[in-house]
Every structure is written in structure tokens, then in C-alpha cells.
Ligand binder design. Structure first.
Ligand code: C5P
Length: 232
């Protein structure tokens, strides 16, 4: 029997409206390179990853230039012009497009283009922890702040017990056939784990790192650059 392989799938078909930049968020320059280039470089350099797939929208006008400027990605990264109207649909379309290339038991590591702080060490930690897991799981961080639920007027309605709460990150790592089934059945989920949970399964939480945060708002950009400069 062939051992399972590990593939990366990067949904990068969003526009990132909250950042308010004039290019889609994943192409915003960070420490001299588009945000997405950092993510692709990290996965392409990881020898445990067999191949990297990036899902962009059908009318993406930026990926060609990014790939042309990055010879180290040639042969390691394939571009799929199959993005959908939601993150879930972009991932699902990508999984369907690569069907002939992957086995049912191969692992898919789905990672946001907007988390450029991912490192080789975090990828290895996730894979080492989950490689024999029957379900799969995700990087996540235990919540350290006290959490408040607000009413519509930004007044505290309730303090939420934070014990046992985690903030989900990516990569989220599941076997191909399970992930395809879960995302096909789920409709309104914001991450892969959410879809797998709807099947009645319990993904494992693997402690990630604050540096793997999602770049979302304008003030996140300086912090992301600080982490990226530290890495180089
Ligand atoms: O917008 P947000 O940061 O939540 O997006 C998370 C990831 O999902 C990003 O990498 C984004 O490009 C991707 N996405 C996508 N297709 C969409 C919406 C978001 O691939 N329709």
C-alpha cells in the first residue's frame, strides 16, 4: 500500500474588502512580495508536501505575474482558476478539479492565503501530530482574552467562559475523501473543520502560533511584515 501523501490547497479567490486596498488582499505587497507569494514559497519549500494547488478566481489578473516572478515555484505549484463565491466553494471546486491527481486517503492541508506568517515548523508540527489521526484537525490558539458577547448597541450582554475556547487557524488538515464529502454536504461553514463537525466528527486542535494570524484589517499589515522580516 502506498503511504498517504500530503498536498496543500490554498483558496485565494477572495477580495478581502475589509482591508480596503486597491488590489485583492492576497496580492497586497508585504515585505516586498505579494502576500500569497509568502504562503506559496513556504509550502513549496516543505519537502513533506507533494504538491501545492492554489485556487484563484476565473478572472484573476495577478497570479500570472506572481508565478512568472517566482521560478522556485515552477513545478511545485499549480494554479486552478476555479474560485467560487465563498471560501467553501473555492475549496470544494479546487478539490473537485484535482480529483484525478490525489488518492482518497491523501491528506489535504487547506491554508488561507491571508495567513502569510505560516512557517515550515508549524506545517511539520501539524503533520506530525495528525498523521495517524482518524479524523484530522487544525492549527488553533487557546483564547487568552476574556470574551464578551455584545448586544446591538455594543453593550455587554454576557461574559463568555473562555476555558476550552480556541481560535481556529489554518492549515486545516483532512483526508481528501472525507473533506470532499464534508464540504459537499455543508452549506454555511466558514472553515473545513466546521464541515467535518457536521458529519458528527471531532477534529483535533493542534496549538499554532500568534504569528500565523489572518491579515484582515489595515493595521494588521505592519504586524505581518514584522513577523515576515523576523523569519527571513
Ligand atoms: O476573506 P477571508 O480572509 O476570510 O478569506 C480567507 C481565505 O479564503 C483567503 O485566502 C481568501 O482569498 C479565500 N477566499 C476564496 N474564495 C472566496 C472568498 C475567500 O478563496 N470566494
Amino acid at each position: 500500500m502506498n503511504p498517504s501523501r500530503y498536498f496543500a490547497l490554498i483558496p485565494a479567490a477572495g477580495i478581502g474588502a475589509r482591508l480596503g486596498a486597491d488590489v485583492p488582499k492576497q496580492y497586497m505587497p508585504l515585505a516586498g512580495q505579494p502576500m500569497l507569494a509568502h504562503v506559496l514559497t513556504t509550502f513549496a519549500a516543505a519537502s513533506v508536501i507533494s504538491h501545492v494547488f492554489v485556487v484563484v478566481s476565473a478572472d484573476d489578473g495577478y497570479i500570472g505575474e506572481l508565478m512568472a516572478a517566482a521560478p522556485h515555484l515552477q513545478g511545485r505549484v499549480s494554479v486552478l482558476f476555479d474560485g467560487g463565491p465563498s471560501r467553501r466553494e473555492s475549496v470544494l471546486n479546487g478539490l473537485q478539479a484535482i480529483r484525478p491527481l490525489v488518492g482518497d486517503d491523501d491528506w489535504m492541508l487547506v491554508h488561507d492565503a491571508a495567513r502569510p506568517g505560516l512557517t515550515a515548523g508549524l506545517i511539520e508540527h501539524l503533520i506530525e501530530t495528525l498523521q495517524d489521526d482518524p479524523v484530522g484537525g487544525l492549527l488553533a490558539l487557546p483564547v487568552v482574552d476574556t470574551l464578551k458577547r455584545s448586544d446591538r448597541n455594543a453593550r455587554v450582554e454576557q461574559t463568555v467562559e473562555r476555558t476550552a475556547l480556541w481560535a481556529a487557524q489554518t492549515p486545516q488538515m483532512f483526508r481528501y475523501s472525507l473533506l470532499l464529502r464534508a464540504l459537499t454536504l455543508a452549506e454555511a461553514v466558514t472553515d473545513e473543520a466546521g464541515a467535518v463537525e457536521l458529519l458528527g466528527l471531532q477534529p483535533r486542535l493542534v496549538e499554532g502560533s500568534p504569528r500565523n494570524f489572518k491579515v484582515t484589517l489595515p493595521h494588521d499589515v505592519a504586524l505581518a511584515e514584522m513577523f515576515l522580516k523576523e523569519k527571513s
